[in-house]
Design a protein around this ligand. Sequence first.
Ligand code: S3P
Length: 435
Amino acid sequence: MSRLLVKPCRHGLKGRCQPPGDKSISHRLAILGGLAQGETRIRGFLEAEDTRATLAAMAAMGAEVSEQGDVIRIRGGRLRAPDSPLDLGNSGTGMRLLCGALAGRPELLGQRLTLIGDASLSSRPMGRVCDPLSLMGACIRSREGRAPLDIEPAPLQGIEYALPVAIAQIKSALLLAGLVAEGTTTLLEPGPSRDHSERLLPAFGAAVKQSPGQVAIQGGQALTGIECRVPGDLSSATFAMAAALLVPDSDVVFDNLGINPTRDGILRIFRAMGGQVVIEEESSLGAEPVARLRLSSAPLRGIDVPPEWVPLAIDEFPMLMAMAAAVEGTTRIRGAEELRVKESDRLAVMSEQLRHLGVNVEETPDGAVIQGGRVSGGRVDSHGDHRIAMSLAVLGLVADAPVEIDNAQWIRTSYPVFVDDMNALGAGIEWQEDN
Ligand code: S3P
């Protein structure tokens, strides 16, 4: 086990931060690159365990993956079932998207694949992807709706399907399945969720038809490899951004940051709390909007988070809960029950860890009510969840005394260089190894 020791920060954080490549986009590029004919060249692919697991899965199925400097080349095309199970580690996105991508691949018909993951991933719901895929004709056996998943690729039929919740992973899995299904697959969305798949599929040559609340894909479309660069991950940047807002006298510039409007809920939340968030320059990387952002410390206050913002900031709630603990006033979160089936039950785990630091938190079935104010030092645990480890580390910068975070090694699933990036801005965070 590795522990983080975070000392209260007595001076402002300053400098520039280039957050790592976007996790969602990196997963999708690994998969699409492996399915596409010809070569895909990716710069800025996220160097982390989750995205490596997806890339390794594509390589195990015969995609040729090579690396030179910061360029990853994938030569895709005809996949074949590997001899051993595909291990997606901790990654829900990897497992769910691959499930959709593989369930109907014509070149895999008559073969068998098994998708496995670690203890956390094996406890997360997979029925939400497997059930609609079964309606399309997919043959997937789960363990009561959980991984391991045994897939016998089968010919698929397009369907019209109303997504029960605004969740990008189900939408993306069904779009990837729809790509090889007979006819059209039409998905009705109850609200917006991240649209990286809808932006990337056309770049690879597959048309996607979008209208408000609806997205459709025609089966039988071929994919061709592309050359691209991955924007910086707004979800990873959230930690240093929150620190820049919270630690007095801070001023930090974030370069090349993805600001896709289906992902930018945290910027809306920061601003509603009184945060200084300035977009200095906007441009685009392929089909994704990017920007240079400047964040400076300002007095923040608690807010009522509008429930419709939840899907737009779904991964940022651990950090928001930690921030809420350190600012004036009360923060109320509602409509966020989805947080209970992430890498951990984020509502329960964050509520409990904040209480260890003297914070007054009321956990509710779909959210939490957090009274902000002073945060004491103490010892907390990530419960195997990368975003909880990083959120608590940021909170430690504004606590009254040092904060120790057990099981912080999980950070490597999404942001292995988090501590280096924070310390480059002036934070004092140290790794401590347990013998
Ligand atoms: C992701 C979608 C989100 C997010 C996850 C990545 C994606 O999950 O929490 O980290 O890449 O599609 P849901 O789609 O389950 O909300």
